[in-house]
Design a protein around this ligand. Structure first.
Ligand code: NOJ
Length: 534
């Protein structure tokens, strides 16, 4: 089933990443493409790799450094591709391996690096290993690659322990021969047993496969979940979902995961061009996140503490300080992220476009690397009120799990004012787009200096040319009125007013960029961020 390219050895320099400075990832702006919702080249209503390739110039013009693609591997799509049936094959819905190769080459030719998702905590229940394990029955060595156990109770009718799935319901499903298997996510996503050497070997081989194809790094799905506590002990807590990310759990953030990343780092370092590993690790603290970023482990981790911080100056300042302080000792850059495919878009979370724009300028002024989720550069809001029959998020179907609303941030993005699915593709779109999105399309916003798209383009251009934005590992806080954050970075000053009223603040220099029009140079409007040279 694995597709092969003619001969990876014939790859030219373009497949080895754009030439660039050392440490390119330390202050990189990385754009997340959610392939099913970015652009649809073949008109089936679902985005694909050819669609992404055709739209790469948008990303170059936006001014980002790299693209992270959510999974496009062969998958029954029980969890939008995070249920992988074959890690070396492209799902036909997204294209072929040749399309992936062409996409990587074109991106490199445009100066964009490419990061792919790797999903090592679990696979699909349609993965060959799991199908064989089911066929071969209890006691088979193939079952040892997963977590199969007999049940509890007189007839084994109860799950082996009390763990709950992140999507709701028990984390165990019983198979017809009576054994149960562990799945921290949907039942179609059996967890691998990382105590088994074959699992290690397989993932090392998968990493090499994609590195040979030219990818510049990996976003590691559920990086904190691979190792489970010995004996799979009960948690003894009835509301487990509330504990996620708040404490070390027998299935999350176990210390044993670090050995895996040390071995992965050695592989990344074998390749030229500084290939990186990015942890999706939900940990109880920035200090625990920093452990994934020790010099012999991964390069970056998503800053979910920042993502979870509201539009409030005090809370933001604390999150910024905590993040920078935690990363400094390991020498890793902090990352900043406001939106992704799993959370309500920040425009909606923060309650207005003005705040979303201000939050973007604040984030882009901080030291470290930034993640931008597709459509946030257009100021897209969350789509609420999708009819139940179009929803695909497995959490929705598991009832009491997550809020089940992840489809609302996954609606295909608008490219043009008119036409089928606003330029997403000629065959409509797999989730309905609101009519107002015509006015938020790339076409409608391009060239309009007041648009969010031009704000992002302008900010990324300033950031690219600036020796201060993104660089370093500290900010110098300036005195500011209540509800305002102000900091200096070299010859640059940023201030964000998180209050709903204008605030008097003497301009420290010449305005570079502002998230809202300024009527008085010494007045910072409500919910506005300004950049000055000073
Ligand atoms: C995190 C991914 O971002 C999310 O979309 C997915 O459902 C889970 N991991 C499980 O793979």
């Amino acid at each position: 089933m694995t597709q092969h390219l003619a001969d990876p050895a014939t790859h030219d320099a373009a497949a080895e990443g754009p030439a660039g400075r050392t440490g390119w990832w330390r202050d990189a702006v990385i754009y997340q493409v959610y392939p099913r919702s970015f652009a649809d080249a073949d008109g089936d209503g679902m985005g694909d790799l050819e669609g992404v390739r055709a739209r790469l110039p948008h990303l170059r013009d936006l001014g980002v450094d790299a693209v992270w693609l959510s999974p496009f591997y062969a998958s029954p799509q029980a969890d939008a591709g995070y249920d992988v049936a074959d890690y070396r094959t492209i799902d036909p819905m997204f294209g072929t391996l040749h399309d992936a190769d062409a996409l990587i080459r074109d991106a490199h030719a445009l100066g964009l690096r490419v990061i792919t998702d790797v999903v090592p905590n679990h696979c699909s229940d349609q993965h060959d290993w799991f199908r064989q394990a089911l066929r071969e029955g209890p006691g088979s060595p193939l079952r040892a690659r997963f977590h199969f156990r007999p049940g509890r109770g007189t007839d084994g009718e109860l799950p082996p322990n009390d763990w709950e799935s992140v999507f709701g319901g028990p984390a165990w499903t019983r198979v017809p021969d009576g054994e149960w298997y562990l799945h921290l996510f949907a039942p179609q996503q059996p967890d691998f047993n990382w105590e088994h050497p074959a699992v290690h070997d397989e993932f090392r081989s998968i990493l090499r496969f994609w590195l040979d194809l030219g990818v510049d790094g990996f976003r590691i799905d559920v990086a904190h979940g691979l190792v489970k506590a010995d004996g799979l002990p009960d948690l003894g807590h009835s509301e487990q979902l509330k504990l996620l990310g708040n404490q070390v759990l027998p299935f999350f953030d176990q210390d044993g995961v670090h050995e895996i990343y040390r071995s992965w780092r050695a592989i990344l370092d074998e390749y030229a061009g500084e290939r990186i590993g990015v942890a999706e690790a939900w940990t109880p603290s920035a200090e625990r996140t920093a452990l994934y970023l020790r010099p012999d482990e991964l390069h970056q981790a998503f800053n979910f503490h920042y993502l979870g911080t509201g539009w409030d100056a005090g809370a933001l300042r604390a999150a910024i300080d905590d993040s920078l302080d935690a990363m400094r000792p390991v020498g890793a850059p902090t990352t900043w992220v406001l939106s992704n495919h799993d959370v309500v878009r920040h425009r909606t979370r923060f309650g207005s476009l003005a705040r979303a724009r201000a939050a973007a300028l604040l984030m882009l002024a901080l030291p470290g690397s930034v993640y931008v989720y597709q459509g946030e550069e257009l100021g897209l809001p969350e789509v609420t009120g999708l009819p139940d029959e179009v929803r695909q998020d497995p959490a929705f179907f598991r009832g009491d799990g997550q809020d089940g609303l992840r489809d609302g941030c996954r609606v295909p993005i608008p490219w043009t004012r008119n036409g089928s699915s606003y330029g997403f593709g000629s065959g409509g779109s797999w989730l309905p787009q609101p009519a107002e999105w015509a006015g938020l399309s790339v076409e409608a916003q391009t060239g309009d200096p007041a648009s969010t798209l031009e704000l992002y383009r302008g900010a990324l251009a300033v950031r690219r040319d600036s020796p201060w934005l993104g660089a370093g590992d500290a900010v110098e806080w300036l005195a500011a009125p209540e509800g305002v954050l102000a900091f200096r970075r070299g010859g640059f000053v940023c201030a964000a007013n998180t209050t709903g009223a204008p605030v008097r603040l003497p301009a420290p220099g010449t305005v570079l960029l502002s998230s809202a029009p300024l009527t008085d140079p010494d007045l910072l409007p409500a919910d506005t961020t300004v950049w000055w040279t000073a």
